[in-house]
Design a protein around this ligand. Structure first.
Ligand code: DX5
Ligand code: ZN
Length: 264
């Protein structure tokens, strides 16, 4: 009986076919369309909480290596911050970066759309390999938000809705039942490395109570070893961490500590 092995080093995927009587019968580089896509861990979490390092805080001179290192250090998914210079002042990345990251690591990509016109970009990000797309309630609410969630689902991705620190949690109530994840911003979005806003934990507590068990509750901004504990206690189960992971030489240990795996 023969066997097939598929590997994914940097930037391409290879396949090796082996038969005991004949040895290696074929070595092939697979086209991009045959790249194996990672599972969506939001739908089937292997454990909770999930840790999502934000690639925005990585060294941009070696993004692929940084994503692979996050995977090696135990990250559950990669958080990718898309900023349009309009909804937020900063400009960051687009679908081409998502496509490159998909070749560099096997982590699912959780794309956080800080853009004024998410409808116009969801297809490109899903095609590029994103598995979750989160948009902001400040730009699409009511039926507009429900339609957008349906379109994201039709593209094969899960859908998250985020809210800024200044946005009341009541704005989410008419639509949050349809989302796979709610993302509470614990900084004003725009930059990595900002200070955590503890007052946002009231929203986390409220939402934990209101959401169904299958809905994930993510928190993003200023999460580090100290603030993670408070976020988990309030009910968050997906922690985004930018500077705390990528600007730290002890990445694997930090990810463990963020998850609450304290040394005994
Ligand atoms: C902020 C972004 C965050 C940010 C997190 O606007 O949405 O995802 O990269 O970075 P830290 O964890 O450093 O605050
Ligand atoms: Zn983010």
């Amino acid at each position: 009986m023969g066997a097939s092995f598929v590997g994914r080093p940097f930037f391409f995927q290879w396949q090796l076919d082996f038969q005991p009587e004949r040895g290696v019968t074929q070595i092939a580089v697979l086209p991009e369309t045959e790249l194996e896509m990672p599972d969506n861990v939001l739908l089937h979490p292997p454990h909770l909480p999930l840790i999502a390092p934000s690639i925005l805080a990585a060294d941009f001179t070696k993004l692929g290596a940084e994503a692979a290192d996050a995977e090696r250090c135990g990250a559950d998914m990669l958080h990718v911050d898309i900023m349009d210079g309009h909804f937020v002042p900063n400009l960051t990345m687009g679908p081409d970066i998502v496509m490159a990251l998909a070749k560099a690591c096997n982590l699912m990509q959780d794309v956080h759309l800080m853009v004024s016109n998410p409808d116009e970009h969801i297809e490109a990000f899903c095609k590029a390999g994103a598995k979750n797309l989160t948009f902001h309630i400040e730009v699409r609410h009511g039926d507009g938000a429900l339609d957008l969630i349906q379109r994201i689902h039709d593209l094969g991705c899960t859908a998250g809705i985020s809210l800024n620190p200044a946005t009341p949690v009541s704005d989410l109530i008419p639509v949050m039942h349809a989302a796979d994840m709610i993302l509470v911003m614990s900084v004003v979005p725009g930059y990595t490395g900002q200070a955590f806003m503890p007052e946002t934990l009231d929203k986390v507590r409220f939402l934990r109570h209101e959401l169904a068990p299958h809905q994930r509750l993510q928190i993003d901004g200023g999460i580090g070893i100290r603030t993670a504990h408070a976020a988990l206690e309030a009910g968050a189960d997906v922690l985004v961490a930018g500077a705390a992971v990528f600007r730290n030489p002890e990445r694997a240990q930090t990810i463990k500590l963020l998850r609450g795996d304290y040394p005994k």
